[in-house]
Design a protein around this ligand. Structure first.
Ligand code: HEC
Length: 151
């Protein structure tokens, strides 16, 4: 009887742990009703202002990039600021990495972009990300969600 009971306890514990694992491994980014994505439209609006003030000079007002081809190095051997509107590479990065690049810049990755960790706090960095992600197509956003969930 005692043996049976302890087996049952183990079984229940296993089920609970598996349930926990499944929820923490799955993609749990919540959708907001107004956008269907992780951010709200208020975040996009604030992010737009911050983006125009801090980022547009290099990445373009619509995050479209300003160079003819973002994959071609300039004469100094550096890559130009890429588009962030879902047509280049930014969507391959999970949210945490996007935040990290914006906070610390591209220098740790061999690039030239300076970090904005002093100028923009985490909330503001998330708003800026919300702005340029709002320019992504649904297909790109869905692909990004999968990459983000693997993080
Ligand atoms: C002075 C020009 C400049 C400014 C201003 C700038 N960036 Fe960049 N950014 C770059 C360059 C150049 C790269 C390419 C990587 C590198 O050289 O660091 C880059 C890369 C990035 C990437 C990585 C893209 C990828 O495809 O992996 C992100 C994300 C990014 N910038 C976001 C921002 C945001 C958000 C702002 C404003 C807060 C900003 N950048 C301001 C020049 C700039």
């Amino acid at each position: 009887m005692l043996q049976w009971k302890s087996n049952l306890v183990t079984l229940v514990a296993c089920i609970m742990i598996s349930a926990l694992l499944v929820t923490s491994c799955g993609n749990e980014r919540e959708e907001n009703l107004d956008t269907g994505r992780w951010y709200t439209s208020a975040q996009v609006q604030r992010g737009n202002l911050l983006f125009q003030a801090n980022c547009a000079v290099c990445h373009g007002e619509q995050a479209q990039g300003l160079a003819e081809d973002w994959r071609i190095r300039d004469s100094a051997g550096n890559f130009p600021p890429p588009p962030l509107n879902g047509t280049a590479h930014a969507w391959h990065h999970p949210l945490a990495v996007l935040d990290q690049v914006i906070a610390s810049g591209g220098i740790p990755y061999g690039g030239t972009m300076l970090g904005f960790g002093e100028q923009l706090d985490r909330e503001e960095r998330l708003e800026v990300i919300a702005y340029f992600q709002s320019l992504w197509s649904d297909d790109i956003y869905q692909s990004w969600l999968q990459i983000d969930a693997q993080q």
